[in-house]
Design a protein around this ligand. Structure first.
Ligand SMILES: [Zn+2]
Length: 437
């Protein structure tokens, strides 16, 4: 049995966070690492009462109304977080806050603010520790679960526990974690946690039809919380593929990957899933090619349009000039008209060249992450939308990082400096990059 067994109970040491396996009936001991006293009551029942079955179409409509609204982190966490993780030197502080929040919640289970904070902190610590201290992650999940009262909070955590068990091939435990969930939840994140965890288990059991009936045949069929869209997309596409419909699988992937950040999210889901599942093995690379074409045409269209407008505008005086010469009305000072094709035409050609370059980079370049160092308006606008130059520090797998810039048509928005975006870079044009979004 793995650490996600539903019959085992894990709680963290309140002082150092060590995952401690403790008896279901509770008891006292001391932490084997830091020596802090450890005490637990009997394991509470954390299963969620099932909502009465209602009209499924109506319920999906109510869930859909909640979609597309990202959850904002509770206040007071910003100083703990760097890139959605907790840096190592802040981990002890995070553990202290986690333990104190959990204790407060056990004393006052109705404190919803504390419950929200505990869930967020647990997820942040999970993101940070996953793969390096898995028993601690397991203990944090159950420690939070036992203190949480609301069905939506519990269901999110039970989903994590179920998927942890699936990864360990402990399907019986996954079944148990899911049996304590509400399959008819009226809350979108809770409903998505159930659907995605159920589909995860069905994927491991090689039951593609069950995956599609739970997640829908395509993106639009079943509303899924934004935070789980990428996982749902990969599982849905994989189910199509395993049913022999590779084209449908590719279409499902490509449609999602063409959205901002979608490609990177899909790839990280595939990468972090058990290799033996061969998720989307036949459809992913085809979808990546399709998405690159979309990115390429998007990257080049603004600059190309701008370029052609200049080129054509620049050439009109040239046409007039040729007409004058042909009709024998030419006089020498008219040569000044050549300045238009020479300058505007030059700008136009340069811009068309940049568009072509962007297309080649997007189609054949290397994918990486770009940290935004600065933004400058280029002075160009297309249809009143300004073109902005992004200066980027780009990290590529297996290469030293490079500095390059990319342009994008967009209205200025919030402070983007320091943010990370998906980019494509080509060694042939080391100073240029193309943004995936
Ligand atoms: Zn300890």
């Amino acid at each position: 049995m793995g650490i996600y067994s539903a019959s085992d109970r894990w709680l963290p040491c309140e002082a150092c966070g060590l995952g401690i396996q403790c008896p279901v009936q509770g008891g006292t001991t001391s932490c084997s690492r830091c020596g802090a006293p450890f005490a637990a009551h009997a394991r509470p029942d954390t299963s969620i009462p099932h909502s009465p079955p209602s009209d499924e179409g109506q319920r999906l409509m109510r869930l859909r109304a909640q979609d597309g609204k990202p959850m904002l982190p509770p206040e007071g966490f910003q100083q703990l977080i760097v890139n959605s993780q907790i840096p190592p030197h802040k981990m002890q502080e995070a553990q202290m806050v986690w333990s104190a929040t959990r204790k407060a919640l056990l004393g006052n289970p109705g404190d919803l603010g504390a419950a929200d904070r505990l869930v967020w902190l647990t997820m942040l610590m999970r993101n940070t520790l996953l793969g390096t201290d898995d028993t601690r992650v397991r203990a944090l999940l159950e420690g939070a679960l036992e203190a949480l009262m609301l069905p939506r909070h519990r269901q999110g955590i039970r989903g994590h526990l179920a998927r942890g068990a699936v990864r360990e091939n402990d399907f019986a435990s996954a079944d148990q974690w899911l049996a304590g969930c509400d399959p008819n939840s009226e809350d979108l994140p809770a409903d998505s946690a159930f659907r995605v965890s159920y589909a995860f288990l069905a994927t491991a059991r090689n039951q593609p039809a069950a995956v599609l009936s739970m997640l829908g045949a395509k993106f639009e069929d079943v509303p899924i919380d934004d935070s789980m869209d990428a996982v749902a997309t990969v599982l849905r596409a994989n189910a199509w593929e395993k049913q022999g419909q590779v084209d449908s699988a590719r279409a499902v992937l490509a449609a999602y990957m063409a959205r901002g950040g979608g490609a990177a999210a899909v790839e990280s889901v595939v990468k972090s899933s058990p290799a033996s599942w061969h998720l989307c093995a036949q459809s992913l690379s085809g979808a990546q090619q399709q998405v690159r074409q979309v990115v390429a045409s998007r990257a080049s269209s603004g600059a190309a349009l701008f370029g052609w407008v200049f080129l054509v505008a620049g050439c009109i005086p040239l046409v007039i000039l040729i007409g004058l010469i042909a009709s024998d009305q030419f006089e020498l000072p008219m040569l000044f008209m050549l300045i238009f094709p020479l300058t505007f035409g030059g700008i136009g050609l340069k811009s068309i060249g940049a568009a072509r370059r962007a297309k080649e980079i997007a189609a054949n370049g290397l994918r990486g992450r770009g940290r935004i160092l600065g933004l400058t308006p280029t002075g160009t606008t297309v249809n009143d939308v300004p073109m902005i130059r992004f200066d980027l520090e780009i990290t590529l797998e297996g290469r030293p990082s490079v500095r390059a810039s990319a342009t994008k048509l967009m209205y200025p928005q919030g402070n983007l400096v320091g943010a990370e975006i998906g980019v494509i870079w080509h060694p042939k044009y080391p100073n240029d990059a193309v943004m995936e979004i």
